[in-house]
Design a protein around this ligand. Sequence first.
Ligand code: SAM
Length: 292
Amino acid sequence: MTDQQPSLAYKTKQIIKKYEFAFKKNFGQNFLVDERVLDKIVASAQLTAEDTVLEIGPGIGTLTQALARHCKKVIAVEIDKTLIPILQELLSDFDNIQLINEDILKVDIAALAAENGGKKLKVVANLPYYITTPIIMNILEQNLPVESITVMIQKEVAYRMQAQPKSKDYGSLSLVTQYYCMPYLVANVPQNCFMPRPNVDSAVIRLTALEKPAVDVNDRELLFHIIKTAFSQRRKTLLNCFFNAGGWDMSKEQLTALINQAGYDEKVRGEALTLEDYAKITEVFEKELNKA
Ligand code: SAM
């Protein structure tokens, strides 16, 4: 006999067996079973003893326990009601974990922060992949009291969020994410770190919320519309994207004039422009559209 601890994979298997838990694919249940990745998530979330963490989808509480050891309180929101009694038993040694059986998209996150002293929350999660983008965008677009979001997501989505101009991953998701936060790619995580194995690779990314958006525009909706339009046909010029998909009642000549007025060649492609460039274009379009 050695005094070696059983591995996380072994412990997870034992828990699944003991509670006769059946994984639900529709809830994106791929539990993390790699200690090193677990440690990396916790370290990269940069927790202090004053922090309240919002964990989305605790599963069987593996990450929840690691988080609870490093912060003041963890609020864990789990949609699957069959996991609640399991979690209650497995987390019974902790007095700083609050369990909520709810769909995270229906939770009033601002109220949770207010109930917990008003300090901004840190979101940490191994996210269910089927709703990664809605969860993150919901937090960012509603300007919720969240300081940072440290999450395991599909690798492809993480790469897109942190991509820079002229790279293959750069697109509207990169620009919208970087409008609200500073992304930092923490680690790539292979499929064998989960039980059951997902059929995509994963990555951990930390998004640190900016005090104010990265660029200053009057009309955020217009900025996002312009960005989405610019990437609507990746290999086409900005002019053609605007003409084909912008939905503005303008001729090619009018659109060319506006793009030039902002300081750009109409033949430029969306992938070459930065967030600052899009802000300048938005300003010019806003003035023109308000004239009409
Ligand atoms: N945190 C655990 C871990 O790291 O092993 C489980 C992660 S698993 C990828 C995703 C978890 O999110 C599952 O427990 C799943 O039931 C839960 N979940 C799925 N959709 C949810 C939703 N809309 N709201 C809250 N939890 C959700």
